[in-house]
Design a binder for this molecule. Sequence first.
Ligand SMILES: [Zn+2]
Length: 131
Amino acid sequence: MTNAQNGWTEERLAILKELWDQKLSISKIGVKLGVSRNAIAGKAHRLGLEKRQSPIKLSLKSKSKKNEWDETKRGPKPLRLILRNLDWSRNKCLWPFEDPKSVDFHFCGDEVYAGKPYCLKHCSLAYNNKD
Ligand SMILES: [Zn+2]
C-alpha cells in the first residue's frame, strides 16, 4: 500500500480529503500538498471523492468546450449536454448529422413524432431494430 514515490501518506490523504470537503480548488490543494493539480484530481478520483467541475470548465463556452470534455475519464459527451448548450427545443427532431465533435454537427430539426425524440422519418430509422 505504501507509495513512496507519490508520497501519499495517511496523513496527506487526510489533508486531501479535508481540503476537498472544504471545496478548496484542486490547484490550491495541489499547492498545499506540493503535488500537481493532475495528481490531486487523479487521487481524488481513485478515492471516490465527490466529483466536481472546476470553475474553468463551467465558464468555458463555444468551440473550446469540446476539448474540455475528458473522454478518457467520462466517456463520450452525452447528447443531452450538447443539446443544453444549443438550447434545443423539445419539439424538434434530435436526429444528429455529422460527427458530434465537428462544428458542422447539427440536428434534423423537423417536428417530432408525438412522444419521441425524432421526427417520423428518423423514428423509423432509430427504432428499426427495436419494438
Ligand atoms: Zn428527423
